[in-house]
Structure formats: C-alpha cells, structure tokens
Design a protein around this ligand. Structure first.
Ligand SMILES: *Cc1c(COP(=O)(O)O)cnc(C)c1O
Length: 210
C-alpha cells in the first residue's frame, strides 16, 4: 500500500527534497516507490541497507552509524546524514580516502530536550566539529540534520526547528558547501518545511492508505 497522493505531492514541492525512508520495507517496495518517481531512499541500519542496496538508486544513511560499519557503505551512499562525532567523521575520511572519493555528509545535531531522543551532537560541540570536518579532504560538508521531539506540542517542535535553522544559517556563512537542512518526518514534515527545512525524511506516511 502506497500513499500515491502524498508521494506525488512531495515530489512536486520545490521547497524540500523527498528522502523516502524504507527501513522495515522490502526491496520490492523500494522498486515500487522508484516506479512512482522517488529517486532517493534513506535507511538507518547498515545491515538492512546492504540487503536492499541497488546501485541504480540514490541512497542516504540516516541512522546512527558505528565507526566499524563505515567501510561497508562507503562508495554506496551519496549522503551520510548522521555524522555525530569526530571519531565517526575521521573514520569516514579514512575510508573515503582509501576509495579515492569525497563523501558528502550532514552533521546530525540534537535540538530535542527529550531524554529518549539521544541521537545527535550536542549543539555546544557543533562549531568545533564543523571546523574539524572542514579540514578533511575527503569529506564535503553539505549541511545539518536533526530530529525534533516526538510530541504533540507543535510550539516545542517549531522552536526546535527554528533553532536548527538558525545554526544552519550561521554555519552556511562559514562553509559555502552547505546547502541541505534535513528535518521533518511523517508527523512533522509540514511544520519542518515552514520552519526552513529543504529536505524531509518520510517513512511511515508513504506506506499508509490515502
Ligand atoms: C525512521 C526515520 C525517519 C522516518 O520516520 P517516519 O516517522 O516513519 O516518517 C526519519 N529520520 C530518521 C533518522 C529515521 O530513523
């Protein structure tokens, strides 16, 4: 079951690129999305990604990435959205150098105050990490990614998106390779776009009936 209306609407919205999150869905469902015009797919686990990997499609890694898994994905993903530590950036740099390529990355920042939302770099550490990444020859800094609090409180979510947008705008002044602010999922992508997102990562809603 695909929500064709939503897919068409997202593909036509020039404000934000659609990354279809296909975790827990089959390679066949990925093919079905491709047939509907979707070109970029997001996976959060390396093992699952490799089981579905099709080199004809464009793939992003969006979930927490362990350093020892980087070697399995390098050369296969156009964007690693979830760089959240210097150690991980250094490992991607090393593997990218080995493959003779430049890997596009986003830094995932933690704007949510919720304890259960543990992923992402604390924003106090952002400036230092960006400066380190900028020195790495085989990394290209494309922007920031974030996940807002999982809540019904729209004002709270909006304030988190605003915070990410402000950090993104600041960083863009220093790092001209940046052009991507990845925020917004099934339940909050509209709010995310209103608050400055230009890339949404939507999973669940794509597979729900219209
Ligand atoms: C699963 C996931 C999404 C998509 O979430 P939905 O609520 O299914 O749209 C987006 N980003 C990340 C990092 C995810 O792990």
């Amino acid at each position: 079951m695909m929500n064709q209306k939503l897919i068409a609407q997202r593909l036509q919205d020039p404000r934000a690129k659609l990354v279809a999150v296909t975790k827990k869905h089959t390679a066949q469902e990925v093919d079905e999305l491709y047939a509907l015009g979707v070109r970029t797919f997001g996976e959060n686990r390396v093992q699952e990604f490799l089981s579905k990997y099709n080199p004809d499609y464009d793939w992003h890694i969006i979930g927490h990435l362990q350093t020892n898994k980087v070697k399995y994905i390098i050369g296969k993903v156009s964007l690693i959205e979830s760089v959240d530590s210097l150690k991980l950036a250094q490992e991607i740099e090393k593997q990218a150098a080995k493959h003779g390529l430049v890997q596009d990355i986003l830094v995932e920042i933690k704007v949510s105050q919720q304890d259960e939302n543990k992923t992402g770099l604390p924003i106090a550490e952002l400036d230092d990490l960006l400066a380190e990444i900028a020195k790495m020859e085989h990394l290209r800094l494309k922007g920031l990614m974030t996940i807002a609090s999982n809540t019904d409180d729209q004002d709270l979510i909006a304030s988190e998106f605003d915070q990410a947008k402000a950090l993104y705008d600041q960083a863009c002044q220093l790092y001209p390779t940046m052009d991507t602010l990845s925020m917004g999922m099934s339940h909050d992508y509209e709010l995310a776009i209103e608050h400055g997102s230009n890339q949404v990562r939507i999973g669940t809603a794509l597979f729900e009936a219209e």
